[in-house]
Design a protein around this ligand. Structure first.
Ligand SMILES: [Mg+2]
Length: 180
């Protein structure tokens, strides 16, 4: 089957990357631990007056490129591929795309290998991409199309409060959840 895997969250550890920089750059400000994150978007969890601080981190050169890889992610997608599935990385770039778009490619080459850059789909609307499943940490995915994929939630503290019907997975239990 065609498996679409979101990048920020499932593959790249956006939360750790962000928090490490926040704690260094804004050491005088409060921060929210990953376990205490409740909203998908960082700027919905942090006070409004800190929105610019968040933006300054995420749009800075090197932010995306230097995100750590999620433990078990590479092994999981390689195993899916080796089981005969078509695996694509399906990611939505930031509106402030200048660094983000290039660095997503660089991140994939650095962390997954050059071959995976050929499997990278950048789109603002994932409902227009065909697939059997989409593994994504975003709780609700809307778009102009009628998705062909089943959305499987990549489990994160910030998507647990929502009343969702999707199946959930982590890189620890993906084989059981997907029946592979
Ligand atoms: Mg994501």
């Amino acid at each position: 089957m065609i498996i679409l895997v979101d990048m920020d969250g499932p593959l790249a550890d956006y939360e750790k990357g962000f928090l490490d920089i926040w704690r260094e750059k804004f050491s005088d400000l409060d921060f929210i631990k990953l376990e205490d994150r409740r909203e998908f978007y960082l700027h919905h969890d942090y006070p409004k007056e800190m929105s610019e601080n968040i933006r300054s981190i995420c749009s800075a050169p090197g932010f995306f490129l230097n995100l750590p890889a999620m433990a078990g992610a590479r092994e999981a997608i390689e195993e899916m591929k080796n089981k005969g599935h078509e695996v694509f990385i399906c990611t939505s770039p930031m509106n402030e795309y200048t660094n983000c778009v290039l660095e997503k490619y660089q991140w994939v080459e650095k962390n997954l290998g050059l071959e995976w850059t050929k499997k990278l789909i950048l789109t603002k609307d994932k409902t227009l991409v065909q697939g059997s499943i989409l593994i994504d940490d975003r709780p609700i995915i809307h778009g102009a199309g009628q998705p062909t994929w089943e959305h499987i939630l990549f489990d994160m503290p910030y998507n647990r409060d929502v009343d969702l019907k999707q199946r959930r997975l982590t890189w620890g239990n993906w084989r059981e959840v997907l029946g592979m």
